[in-house]
Design a protein around this ligand. Sequence first.
Ligand code: NAI
Length: 445
Amino acid sequence: MYDVIILGAGPAGYVAAEHASAMGKTVLLVEQDRLGGVCLNRGCIPTKSFLHAAKLYNHARHGGVFGVVAPDALFDYGIMKTRTEAVQEQLRNGIAFMMKRGKVEVVQGVARIVGRNRVAVGGTDYAGTNILIATGSRPAVPPIPGLADNPAVVDSTALLQADTVADSLAVIGGGVIGVEFACFHALLGKSVTVLEMLPTLCGPVDRDVARAVQKKLEQLGASVHVGATVDRVDGGTVFFRDKKGIGQSVAAERILVAAGRKPNLEGFGLDALGLDVTARGITVNDRAETSVPGVYAAGDVTGRIQLAHFASRQATVAVHAMFGRDDICRDVAVPAVIYTDPEAAGIGLTEHAAKEAGIPVRTVKMPLAASGRFVAETDGEQGFIKAVLAEDGKVLGMHIVGSYASEMIAAAAIMIEYGLTAQDVEKVIFPHPTVAEIMREVMFL
Ligand code: NAI
């Protein structure tokens, strides 16, 4: 009898396994594919490798102002892809090592829940005191005629696996996946069109951040249509109406569908448990408990916040709930990053959400050009930081566009999670010269 059986070895599953084993528990981790889940094999990590390479290429081509002249800069997709695979292999080995060190039993195969405490893999039955479901999500396909059986249409998984980079890309869905792939192609000088049905890119992010991401994509040559309605796809042509309702079409070598992801709820015997489930995913409380005692769920399969770092935290909370440690998974301080060039990152309350909810806030905004390092390292980049403060100065939100935004936002996570105020942050010494010190300076406004 294992203390816990975990289904899925993504950032929820393997982190839970590591954590439970560190608490001295016996763990069985079942994975049908490779260790690391979507994040490592088809998401966060390969896209970061792709984007880093494209940014290097673009910086080389436009480095003249810094005295770097590289007229023969070449982008070799094959080399980049081989390196990306090596990076993934290294990280998978790292997870395998952690599992071995923690004496986690890893079984490769399709897990099927056959009872409250029982999971079958192949012909073998395993018993566990607790079960953690961490089966993740997959790309959702919107009901647009012409997407099915169309060789021009790809999802993010297929795009990452492609042997060549497309000369032209149309993207249906201007969320995080859509804009990151749009940015990758635009940095390489490819023709890019983004079609987003909402009035702004990247859904709930700060409106100024969304506008800045759109502007930068357009500066890179991409054509961005927000408020667009995609009517149908025919071969490599997407037919849509723009925000004024005018019919248009765009032809592209590849059409990326990036219109959200849906939870993996099928194929592992979920029905055997009779859990509360909605179309968004398995219903869990803030202790990652499902409606059935002893059964927990974490990560994208819960449909709460589809981010790897939230999945890992939720999984840790699940392990704590199983073994009697007091902990809850809050979602007020969940950073989100968009790895475009430049990066954008945000956390907590946005100015527009505060307004809509009638929450009184003070918003302070500063250009990143107030940072010496930022000016030294960029060429006219229009970065900014925006802090959303409560009337008593408590930091409620932070939103940043510009280089290092992804790394800086971690400091904002601490501020918000621990309820720090502007006055508290003023007392913190930030290193100089960094772009991060602007996080303190903005508090003086
Ligand atoms: P998303 O939900 O972020 O964005 C999907 C977008 O597609 C939305 O803006 C939606 O309005 C639009 N859309 C839906 N149907 C459409 C249609 N028929 N026509 C035009 N637009 C349509 O989902 P996405 O980008 O697929 O990402 C999935 C999840 O993965 C998200 O939760 C995202 O945050 C996460 N992710 C996080 C990354 C990061 O942390 N950097 C990178 C990539 C994904």
